[in-house]
Design a protein around this ligand. Structure first.
Ligand SMILES: Nc1ncnc2c1ncn2[C@@H]1O[C@H](COP(=O)(O)OP(=O)(O)OP(=O)(O)O)[C@@H](O)[C@H]1O
Ligand SMILES: [Mg+2]
Length: 277
């Protein structure tokens, strides 16, 4: 299916998915997912994935991690992705952010089809507009907390960036740790540096892979409040991977990844946790 760059054209107003004729649109699993969920804004999605598949080699065999997966996310939405360990959540997040390439399918980010771009082109598209919190943080070990937070600004420099980076470390509760190297920080502190780094450019779209996985409940709650304040006040689109049903319930939409596919999902009402999802 082709995707129009005109925000008004070829979009089904209910599902937010591109269609040449919304009235004759045949419902698929993916459109059912989308139409069951309220969207904040029914205009051009910030992200549209069309039939993404990801296969990798595993020894002699080919392993299919994601299969024909489609998803549309509107500007300002918050989306939780749940699923068992090994279901492919981190693989999916990497694909959706354009950090990794699909085996099949097309990803359109900010109206730009990524298949026509090389790695540098994808990095240029993401610069300053996309933040990513990695599950394993991926801080550079030789740089201080402040220098790690400053890294994304190398691709999108601006005035007052050192102050902005310091303020972000302050916001995540690390104002006293700006000069520490990652090895001098706890796991939860490193995770908060990674969160500050993801937000320092005021991105339109943030991906966070289990952003509270290493935090105690109180610190986790503060970070979650910060994420949703930014979603509400700055309109930042959030795509979160989590096992925490309490966090998932605060999102506009919850999806579960299983067998390489996304399905609508209703998290349980427990305060946190929620089994193996
Ligand atoms: N490059 C690769 N080569 C072989 N197998 C891979 C590769 N990348 C991922 N996998 C496999 O794909 C599956 C999905 O991995 P992924 O890290 O996306 O899972 P996940 O849902 O994020 O899990 P977790 O909740 O434990 O973080 C795993 O079984 C993993 O071993
Ligand atoms: Mg993962």
């Amino acid at each position: 299916m082709s995707y129009s760059s005109n925000p008004q054209a070829n979009l089904d107003p209910q599902t937010n998915l591109p269609t040449d004729d919304a009235t004759s649109h045949q419902p698929t699993t993916d459109t059912i997912i989308a139409s069951n969920v309220p969207h904040k804004q029914a205009h051009q999605p910030v992200l549209h994935a069309e039939k993404l598949s990801k296969r990798v080699r595993s020894g002699e065999r080919s392993l299919t991690i994601l299969h024909d997966l489609s998803l549309s996310v509107a500007a300002g939405e918050s989306v939780a992705i749940l699923g068992k360990s090994g279901a492919g959540k981190s693989t999916l997040l990497g694909l959706l952010a354009g950090l990794d390439t699909p085996s099949d399918g097309e990803l359109t980010l900010f109206g730009q089809p990524l298949s026509q771009m090389d790695e540098d082109g994808r990095a240029a598209l993401r610069a300053g507009r996309v933040g990513f919190v990695f599950q394993n943080f991926q801080l550079l070990p030789t740089l201080s907390a402040l220098e790690n937070v400053l890294l994304p600004l190398e691709l999108s420099p601006r005035a007052g960036e050192t102050q902005a980076a310091a303020q972000w470390l302050e916001r995540v509760g690390l104002g006293e740790r700006v000069g520490h190297l990652p090895k001098q920080l706890s796991g939860g502190e490193q995770q908060r540096v990674a969160i500050a780094r993801a937000f320092v450019t005021d991105p339109e779209l943030v991906f966070a892979d289990e952003p509270t996985g290493n935090l105690d409940p109180e610190t986790g709650a503060q970070i979650i409040d910060l994420l949703f304040t930014l979603n509400r006040e700055a309109g930042t689109t959030l795509i979160l991977v989590t096992h925490d049903h309490a966090l998932a319930r605060r999102c506009d939409r919850c999806l579960r990844l299983a067998n390489g596919q996304l399905m609508a999902f209703e998290p349980t009402a427990v305060a946190s946790g929620g089994g193996d999802e």
